[in-house]
Unconditional design. Structure first.
Lengths: 237, 267
């Protein structure tokens, strides 16, 4: 068993979850994991999930050199710290797992339909405290999102379950993005640049959709767009 | 014999991991199983104190791992039960003295001689925790009916799942039925609602545990202790027995929700 860090296959690379704690320790266990992994890591592209940790350009560059010495290339840094992200960008590293590779995209092409589609990540599990999803497209979760979990999506976030963690839809500035959940009670909800905190629950949970309406975050009963417009029309008419 | 290894962990400190380990060790040994408890909390050991074996320590876990003694020399025999042993943690070292691979090797060497290997994990999610869960066949997560403890338990469950272990089982410790009834404490149902894993035990808050812990005689040995009874039940469930969850209501006259919401082996 490896001593250390969780490693996941993501498309055409490996995603390593770097634990909290001092950077020196995390670095040591990362290198140890790579060393113990032997052939498994040779020639691999590595993405590091570092959450909110702040790492300067010098440390990132050093890490890239250490990995390169082990025939492993540093590909992406997934983090929330502005400092880290700009340092990673300076080094030419990716900031998200982003667009799938050419091959994956071809496989993703919808079969026999002329309907337009967009890229989405489907997550069929419960997201627990400490879990983190960062995706450029839409994110669909079948399961609960517990407090302490975090979803950051470039597009919409749809949760078929209870949403209690932190969620950011339209993270790239898309003000049309929405957040839907069967039970919408996030610790914090963000759409584009707006941030809101859930009010205390009143009554029983019902499916809701949060969106930006005239620059304000509002949560409404989750019904389809058409019916909402009809309802709005009905209420004003 | 091929022992099963069970790791008792929690994330948050002070929820009762060490007490649970000692009590489960005694309960399993009393039921006739050969048991060894390993204190994984290197640098902050206290399983030896709770088991009342502090003054018998000569060699410890780190001595075994670093080859200064044979495994058998570090096994401390319990003073009451013939089939219960302890491998204490080192007090003068820290978690980095041992690696997960060391723990896997150590437990492998113990499996032939025992039915159960219980590992008391340190708090936290760092090296000590990784060491403790590396050899585990079964992970028992201890939590208290508090939001912060449940949050940490959730994080730990995620980490255990990431290790591709079998799903962990939950022990809710220090439940006060009166407070739950008043709505001042999370109910077991509330906790299972968030954590969505199988329950293996509900241990009521019990003063006999504090007394027993300080005296180094686990509460399981006290036939009148309600917590002791709860730990005996958990030990039976660990061996695959179907033991109904004792309704805390029966003694306190309320708490009906619990018995409805909690089924053995199912969340």
């Amino acid at each position: 068993m490896s001593s250390g860090l969780a490693v996941k296959g993501v498309g055409d690379g490996l995603l390593v979850l770097v634990p909290d704690g001092p950077w020196e320790e995390a670095l040591a266990s990362l290198l140890q994991t790579v060393d113990e992994g032997g052939e498994f890591f040779k020639g691999a592209r590595l993405a590091l999930q570092i959450e909110g940790r702040e790492i300067g350009a010098a440390d990132l560059g050093h890490l890239r050199d250490l990995l390169a010495g082990r025939n492993v290339s540093l590909w992406a840094i997934l983090g929330t710290s502005q400092l880290t992200r700009s340092a990673a960008a300076d080094l030419g590293l990716a900031l998200d797992l982003g667009r799938p590779s050419q091959r994956a995209r071809e496989e993703d092409e919808p079969i026999e339909t002329e309907l337009p589609g967009e890229h989405a990540a489907l997550v069929h599990r419960t997201l627990r405290s400490g879990h983190h999803i960062h995706y450029a497209g839409h994110v669909v979760v079948v399961g609960d999102v517990n407090p302490g979990a975090e979803i950051i999506a470039g597009g919409d976030v749809i949760v078929w379950g209870r949403l209690r963690g932190v969620v950011h839809a339209g993270a790239g500035g898309n003000e049309e993005a929405v957040v839907c959940a069967l039970d919408l009670a996030p610790t914090q909800l963000r759409i584009a640049g707006q941030i809101a905190i859930s009010p205390d629950r009143r009554g029983t949970a019902q499916p809701e959709m949060a969106r930006l309406k005239d620059g304000q975050l509002v949560a409404e009963k989750w019904v389809d767009e058409h019916r909402r417009k009809a309802d709005e029309h009905g209420s004003t008419g | 014999m091929t022992a099963k290894a069970a790791t008792i962990t929690s994330g948050k400190g002070g929820v009762g991991k060490t007490t649970a380990t000692a009590n489960l060790g005694v309960a399993l040994a009393t039921a006739g199983y050969r048991v060894v408890c390993i204190d994984g909390d290197i640098g902050l050991r206290n399983l030896d104190v709770v088991m009342g074996l502090e003054n018998r320590i000569v060699y410890d876990l780190v001595d075994v791992v670093e080859g200064r003694c044979k495994l058998r020399q570090a096994l401390i025999k319990d003073k009451r039960l013939a089939d219960l042993y302890l491998i204490p943690a080192a007090q003068t070292r820290d978690k980095t003295a041992v690696s997960p691979a060391d723990m896997v090797r150590l437990v492998k060497d113990l499996r032939g001689d025992f039915d159960w290997v219980l590992i008391d994990s340190p708090a936290g999610i760092e090296r000590g925790f990784r060491n403790a869960i590396a050899p585990a066949d079964l992970v028992l997560i201890v939590t208290n009916p508090e939001v912060s403890a449940v949050r940490d338990a959730d994080r730990i469950i995620g980490l255990v799942e990431a290790e591709e272990k079998s799903p962990p089982k939950l022990i809710v410790n220090r439940v006060k039925p009166e407070m739950v009834k008043r709505g001042d404490m999370l109910s077991t149902g509330d906790i299972l609602d968030v954590l969505a894993i199988d329950l293996i035990g509900i241990v009521p808050e019990d003063e006999t545990v504090t007394v027993a812990t300080n005296q180094g005689t686990p509460a399981v040995l006290d036939p009148k202790s309600r917590a002791g009874k709860a730990f005996r039940d958990i030990a039976r469930r660990m061996n695959g027995e179907e033991v109904p969850f004792e309704s805390l209501e029966a003694r306190d006259g309320f708490f009906g929700r619990l018995s409805r919401m909690v089924r053995p082996g199912g969340a």
